[in-house]
Design a protein around this ligand. Structure first.
Ligand code: G3P
Ligand code: MG
Length: 253
């Protein structure tokens, strides 16, 4: 079941701002988005940070692995300059700061747990535990729609998240949905299946929905494809093109 918004800004602000930064969230807000997907992994000292790649060099200047650096070191690095000089000085966000900004601005979150290889269980546990603390009031009130949705390609991370925060919703992430996806999703207590829209078929979309799961696709940057997915019954998707596919995108728009 999908009780969340239909269109999410991918990696915070899509492709209009440096990914996984507060500047990205500001950009999403400026485009009317109040729902985002973003990626979280651990620094050397076990502090969750908002980052996509497990190594430096693409969005953050430098070299080595993210887990070679403590959170304070990462937070002092520049995650905006690569995208444009107007974003120079934009820091790598601490997960806690990113969530606080989202909460303060009414932004709903799909938190993708993105563990570095070898850190799957630890990352799932740490991220879920932190989220559970930050959303204690929403969880206690049974406000499922306001609490975040945790997702991951790592079923080990999701199992650890389930153990640490059973009352936070989870979604299993597949590039292509495998044939025997359902027992895996059920074992994790997942409420939704997230998948790469490029591999999704109408038949698989139907199968997932008939089984009672929400269905979410990444990353949809074409309006014609977005409409087709909605026709197939896809519940939600994230987009990089928040300028072209707005938060109220729907069949008929
Ligand atoms: O959560 C869906 C999507 O973000 C997965 O791919 O590489 O953009 O994190 P990626
Ligand atoms: Mg992601």
């Amino acid at each position: 079941m999908w009780t969340y918004k239909k269109v999410l800004a991918h990696r915070g602000g899509g492709k209009l701002a440096p990914e996984n930064t507060i500047a990205g969230l500001r950009c999403a807000l400026a485009h009317g988005f109040h729902a985002v997907e973003f990626d979280v992994m651990l620094a050397r000292d076990g502090v969750p940070m908002v980052l996509h790649d497990p190594y430096l060099g693409r969005t953050v200047a430098g070299s080595g692995n993210v887990f070679d650096y403590d959170a304070a070191e990462l937070a002092a690095m520049d995650a905006g300059r690569w995208f444009g000089k107007q974003f120079a000085g934009e820091p790598v966000p601490l997960f806690a700061d990113f969530v606080a900004f989202c909460k303060a601005n009414g932004i709903w979150m799909n938190i993708e747990i993105k563990p570095a290889p070898g850190f799957e269980a630890e990352t799932g546990k740490v991220v879920a535990t932190a989220a559970r603390v930050m959303f204690a009031a929403e969880i206690a009130a049974g406000d499922v729609a306001a609490a975040p949705l945790l997702s991951s390609f790592s079923e080990t991370a999701l199992a650890a998240a389930q153990a640490a925060a059973p009352d936070l919703a989870r979604a299993v992430l597949f590039d292509a949905v495998p044939r025997y996806w359902e027992p895996r999703a059920r074992a994790l207590g997942a409420v939704a299946v997230h998948t790469n829209h490029k591999h999704l078929t109408e038949g698989m979309a139907r199968e997932i929905r008939l089984a009672g799961f929400g269905l979410f696709c990444y990353t949809v940057n074409n309006r014609i494809r977005a409409r087709q997915l909605l026709r197939w019954g896809v519940d939600g998707f994230c987009t990089d093109r928040i300028d072209m596919i707005g938060p109220d995108f729907a069949l008929g728009t």
